[in-house]
Design a protein around this ligand. Sequence first.
Ligand code: BG6
Length: 467
Amino acid sequence: MNGKFPQHFLWGGAVAANQVEGAYQADGKGLSTSDLQPQGIFGAITPRMAGDSGIKDVAIDFYHRYPEDIALFAEMGFKCLRTSIAWTRIFPQGDEEMPNEAGLAFYDRLFDEMAKYGIQPLITLSHYEMPYGLVKHYGGWGDRRTIDFFERYARTVFERYKHKVKHWLTFNEINMSLHAPFTGVGLPQESDKSAVYQAIHHQLVASARAVKACHEIVPEGKIGNMLLGGILYPLSCKPEDLLETQRQNRDWLFFGDVQARGYYPAYMQRFFRENGIQVAITEEDRQTLCETIDFISFSYYMSGCVTADPAQFETARGNILDMVPNPHLASSEWGWQIDPIGLRYLLNVLYDRYQKPLFIVENGLGAKDRVEADGNINDDYRINYLNDHLVQVAEAIDDGVEVMGYTSWGPIDLVSASKAEMSKRYGFIHVDRDDAGNGSLERRRKKSFYWYRDVIHSNGASLKDRR
Ligand code: BG6
């Protein structure tokens, strides 16, 4: 490993409000789309009835236990913690004129607690949730008025926290709307492509408006986008496979192209035309989109392959998001293929494409952990996964890529997004809670806790090149 991490590299971890906070109705919070998906982001939409309960209602009770958790993050030496603001704590229905003071006060307390230890917040404005009120009364992001509601929310939190939060992200994994439209844009799962791309367009305009507002209100701050970095390789070197891979990578790079360059890329015209997709874009929208992000952030868990041969695709299918598995890679217990070199490759692809600083805001291994009789949790598999990915980050830095920081996903066990499981654990800190919601919620340090603490304290020098 030749690369060295920069002196002010932002080491830390990342969580999201709906996966950790719980307290889903506390202090005036409204129902969010996440509250209506007790089975996770691909699950059915379930109306909430009095007395119903779901795992996310309590999650890991971060809403009440954050001082203990922040102290543990500080013990590992975190420089940065990524979390999101639950929009519904601030605007419970989404269309109110005035914000909910109790919700704003919660995040003041949280950010003050982080400041005690010098941990910088990195805040996502919308992480896989929006006020259900906006879905019910306006049709979510399908309606242009949602742009104004989002801008009001963004301006409110920028004004309130401008002295406490300097790094912001707009929409978590904005490209996921293509696969989970209810989660991403508040549309029914079976919506047609025109409706989904229209809603996505509104969200891209809203993202650009938030960027503009952030630049006005927090001039010394930085605001980025957030992409699911689902890099795809051709399954073979057949030109057809290569072309299909380029096409499928553009499905998600499109979002970064608009947010980083400020306009729709040329290739989308043909894509829209050939798929019969109509998107209404006004001249004012085009002007708004010119307000571009300061940095690119992304999640990275796995890579996948693409083939142009439909027969092979059907038999090979099996990874998440219908990616064709790579025969050269091993998989996690959840079938996510482990590819540390893919992270170096992706960092280079994004830097070549955008020449903007990059921030890895999610990466990690979801695995089942065992608490030994002596209380220890020996998660060497997680240490190896993270070590090998960080070695590749160092290589990318040596390649010349500007990397601002790294926040591993789920530094404390939390509710998984895809299936709302507790048993899929990412943390350095174990939380005593099972999939049925049983457990004391007690926190316990895993072996990886001490490993990550050493990585941060040595600024990456303790990493081992195991190749
Ligand atoms: C990302 C999301 O897709 O992946 C997170 O931004 C999510 O919210 C993470 O938790 C891991 O996915 P999962 O399904 O294992 O929780």
